[in-house]
Ligand binder design. Sequence first.
Ligand SMILES: CC(C)(COP(=O)(O)OP(=O)(O)OC[C@H]1O[C@@H](n2cnc3c(N)ncnc32)[C@H](O)[C@@H]1OP(=O)(O)O)[C@@H](O)C(=O)NCCC(=O)NCCS
Length: 171
Amino acid sequence: MKAANEPSSASVSAGKHTFSARLATPADIPTILAIERAAGSAAHWPENTYYEVFTPEAPARIAIVLQDQSHSIQGFVIARLTSGECELENIAVTPNLQRRGAGTNLIQSLIAAVRERGALSIHLEVRDSNSAARAFYEKCGFANTGRRPKYYSGSEEEEEQEDAMLYSLFL
Ligand SMILES: CC(C)(COP(=O)(O)OP(=O)(O)OC[C@H]1O[C@@H](n2cnc3c(N)ncnc32)[C@H](O)[C@@H]1OP(=O)(O)O)[C@@H](O)C(=O)NCCC(=O)NCCS
């Protein structure tokens, strides 16, 4: 990932919780993976996909982690930059810290990083049934721009096909 080692952080107090965002590094991957696995509706990637994010030949990406006051990572967001646009690929917050503003903090940090890199919009797709994430994106200002029928195809583990809902935020 192009800018993974740049120091970048911002502290935001969300209610009683103070979180600080910084760019992720490969050393964060075990914690990111643990949060992703604990957050059932997150996109589940194989471990090596997270490592590939940080390889020099990988597409330009922004990977941000959110730390609590004791510097423990409690959430992450990973997004890909292409042709002036950003695709939010994965976001998750530790389950017992959800609904405390961490996700909003991650989106705000992503928006700042996307703006710094000159991209003009953020796009994403989310499962039709993930009503919590859809409400979250809408609260963060994303607009529902469409539906992609049967985007999530049934695999051995996922028995049913499911539509993706498309969301965009223009900066
Ligand atoms: C989606 C996710 C990242 C949101 O993070 P979060 O820290 O819980 O979000 P916030 O606390 O910043 O919530 C901001 C707003 O989003 C909405 N929201 C968040 N979770 C919600 C839920 N479960 N139900 C309804 N609305 C919700 C609310 O409007 C909330 O504001 P409020 O608490 O003042 O009502 C988190 O729920 C998560 O990790 N989910 C599992 C992984 C996942 O589904 N990722 C998305 C895959 S596309």
